[in-house]
Every structure is written in C-alpha cells, then in structure tokens.
Ligand binder design. Sequence first.
Ligand SMILES: Cc1cc2nc3c(=O)[nH]c(=O)nc-3n(C[C@H](O)[C@H](O)[C@H](O)COP(=O)(O)OP(=O)(O)OC[C@H]3O[C@@H](n4cnc5c(N)ncnc54)[C@H](O)[C@@H]3O)c2cc1C
Length: 489
Amino acid sequence: MECPPQTFEGLKLGESTNHLLAAFADAIGKEYVLSTDEDKEPYLTDWGKRFKGNALAILRPINTSEVAAIVNVCKRHRVPIVPQGGNTGLCGGATPDASGQAVVICLRRLNQIQALDLENATITVGAGAILKDVQNAAILQNRLFPLSLAAEGSCTIGGNLATNAGGVQVLRYGNMRDLTLGLEVVTANGEIWNGLRGLRKDNTGYSLKDLFIGSEGTLGIITAATLKVFPLPITKVTVLVKVNDVASSIALLQQVQKVCSADLTAFELISSRAIELVADRFILAQQLLQDQADWIVLIELSSMESEEKIRLDLQNLLMDAMNSNLVIDGIVADSIQQSKAMWGIRETIPEAQLQLGNVIKHDISLPISELSDFIQTTNARLKESWPDIEIIVFGHVGDGNLHYNIVGINLEVSALLENRRGQINQLVHDQVYLHNGSFSAEHGIGQTKVTELSERKSFVEMALMKAIKKSLDPLCIMNPNKVVLREPD
Ligand SMILES: Cc1cc2nc3c(=O)[nH]c(=O)nc-3n(C[C@H](O)[C@H](O)[C@H](O)COP(=O)(O)OP(=O)(O)OC[C@H]3O[C@@H](n4cnc5c(N)ncnc54)[C@H](O)[C@@H]3O)c2cc1C
C-alpha cells in the first residue's frame, strides 16, 4: 500500500503552485528555487538513468536554518520532500516520483568543512560536502578520512550517511555508520536536532544517529556530521593477483589477514569478464587477460611501517601462495601511477557496464564462507534457465559484498532482459537467502527494492520499521515510498 496522495493543504488548486514557490523563495531566496523544466532537469534522473521523476521545484538551501524553514513550509502544506546530495545513488532513492508534487531539496550548498579537531581525531562537515573534498581536507592535516568509493568525486557526506555507504576500505575502517560520531538533522517536524558530538562513548539512551544513518532520507534531513579521522598511513602497496577460483581468493584473504592483519585495507575480487569491459582503457587490463585466469584479486595494504618491510612481507606471502597453487601470478605496483591504474580498472567497471545496455544489478552480502558456493550454484542455475545471459561479478569480497550483475550476451538480448528482471532477481535473491545473505549490502533500498524488502523481512521487523517511520514522520512527507511503503491512516 503506497503513501496517500499528497494534497497541498489549505491551498486551492491553481493558486497552490505559485503560493508554494513564493513561500520557498521567502525561505531561501528566489534564485535558489528552480522551477523551470530546464533548470529542474539535471536533478530528476538517477545516475544509472533508470528512473525519471518530476518535481514542483528544486530547492538549494545554504544552511541548516534554511533547510528547517523549507521543511516547515512542506509540513504546513504536506509537500513531499526528496533529499538529494550528489545524486550518485544506485537505487533511485534521490529521484522523485512522476507526480510533480514533491520538492527535491538539494543539499550540495551545505558543503563547509566546519572543524578538524586533531586531538579528538574528528572532522565536522556540512552534509553537502563532496566526499573527495573531505578526504583532501583531512590529508592537508596529515590525517585520513577512510571512506572511499568510485563516486567519491561527486557523492556527498549526507548521501554517504543516508545510504550507510561502504566502499573499498570497510575491511579496515568500517562503513559510514562506523565512521560517524555525531549528526545534525532537520526532523520531519521542521525542528533542528544538534547531535554533533565527537564522543566515542555516549550511552545516553537510544542512539538516534543510528536511526538516521542508512534511512535514505525517509526520517529526516542530515545537515552536518562529526566523523572519525585516522593517522595517514605512510606506506601504501597495491597488488593484483590472478586466481583460478573464488575459493582460492577466500583462502588467500585468510593468509593476507594472518600475515598483514590491520594493514590490509582492501581486498577486491573481479571476474575476468569484468576486466574485459575496461580492457580498451587500460593496458594493464589487457595484460591481465593474456593468460587464462578466471578471477583477479586487487589487494591494498596501508601501513605505518616502511615500504621496504611491507613489500618484503607481501612478496614472501605471494611466493608461498604461488607455491601452494593458491595464486597463479601477481603484479606488485612499483609506482603511484601503476597503483592508480590498478584502482582505475576496478573503479571504471560500474560505468563501463552501462555500454552493455540493460544491466540487472545485485548488490548482495553473504557470509564469506558461503561466497564460493553461492557463485557456483547461482551461476549454474541462471545459465540453465537463460543460456543467452552473461554474469559479471566484482566486489568487496573482503566484506562478503558482491556486485553480481546480469547482462545479455549481446545488446539484443540485453534489450529483452527487462521482461526477465523479476524472475532473475527472484532466483538470485532466493539463493542469497538460502546462503544466509542480504539482498542489499551497501547501496540501500530506494525505490528499486522497496516491495521486495517488505516481502523478505519478517512481519515483526517490518512492523518495527513502519512504527519508526510513522513516529518520526507522521505526515509521510520525507521521501515517501522509499524504503518503507506506508499504509494510509
Ligand atoms: C560509480 C559508482 C560507484 C559506487 N560505489 C559505491 C561503493 O563502493 N560503495 C557504496 O556504498 N556505494 C557506492 N555507490 C553508491 C553510493 O550510494 C553513492 O555513491 C553515495 O553514497 C550516495 O551519495 P550521494 O550524495 O550521491 O547521494 P544521493 O544519490 O543524492 O542520495 C542517496 C540517498 O540518500 C538520500 N540523501 C542524500 N542526501 C541526504 C541528506 N543530506 N539527508 C538525508 N538523506 C539524504 C537521498 O534521498 C537518497 O535516498 C556508487 C555509485 C556510483 C555511481
């Protein structure tokens, strides 16, 4: 059951739009209320171009008070709100529906780096700060803000928080929830909650920040955050190794964890089919494809130890792994450029997939011990049902997180895939649950998985989630029908 259709309360049809636009202009200034089709256009489609919505206006506030002022107008007139950061999310969460009744609140102007407390090892930033800018602000003070993902040049801290983003260094530093100490939020009631505490211990009742993190804009608007920073490692070594199968990569992960422990920051698995997609852009990718290996593992170590020591440890480890037939071959990056090329291969894959037409994506999480069996079983079942598809797999295997994507063997088959989306999702996600996994690891629910969420979660879990939504957003104006479909009162 969907959220009830919104009506602009207290306003007559016809005069409502102008009245609302004037109220928004009063709150944030006319030039920051975008209402022409041309101005609105860039905010109405998601990154993957799968969803296209419409909006009454795009609102671009500059600070928390302006956000609160807008929410108060929306609350008064029951205007649905879709928060938006960098619009790089992969589940349609930042795209409004097609009704044109919602406003998109773009947070990108709240981009200040507010404070860097070196002694407390925290950085406080506005929700609209671009992730890369936050990383760079930390580096300037010889510190590391470790969240790292391919969209870091355009995604925002608010979006990272709202989706509880993961990325390539979760193995060592955790996901966005683990990196967050405090939040500032504008509630659905239009009030400002200042919870910007930089405390590592604070057992004073319910952890409200944990409710807002991962809530995808459905409970309130995050306007600022206090985040953890770490000492900047002095040594970074990146390696690509070829392995024959997923089981070998898991065995290798255990070896690396044993020898390098906390220095292991990334452990990514990439299928050779995914490498092929970027072969025309990276000579290194062509080299990787030269002799037969079904899987490539990208490993990164970051350390306070000298580079010589880390390289030596790694070389010994790889020798042992090759002698025991765990690894076929490996390349240790000998320059920053080569390390960048290795990461370039990994990070270009999501974009390169778009050239294959329709891609049915799965962002799944499994116990690491189940990964190998999951891939073998699910690949076999899919191919049995649809011999004309290909499976492209890559992901943060050190966290048990796979991007398990399906395309057609050619563009014509890919064009037909939409008709099979439901059946393919069902098969893949059934296998995920049979292997004790989750059908959303790090991208969230948005609008792509909202129905499935209610089917896969237990009655009790869904009832608790609906109760939280209803209590924090009783009018259902915050990103309606994303994450939780609410029944009318
Ligand atoms: C190439 C590529 C690679 C990616 N790799 C990864 C990866 O490795 N790991 C990973 O976790 N994700 C990855 N993502 C997806 C990831 O979710 C986003 O990149 C990022 O976290 C979203 O930030 P954003 O600012 O773009 O949010 P948006 O897309 O603008 O919004 C995402 C959701 O958050 C809500 N939201 C945004 N800002 C706020 C706010 N201030 N307050 C409340 N709600 C808000 C929106 O309503 C929406 O529901 C990738 C995306 C791309 C395009």
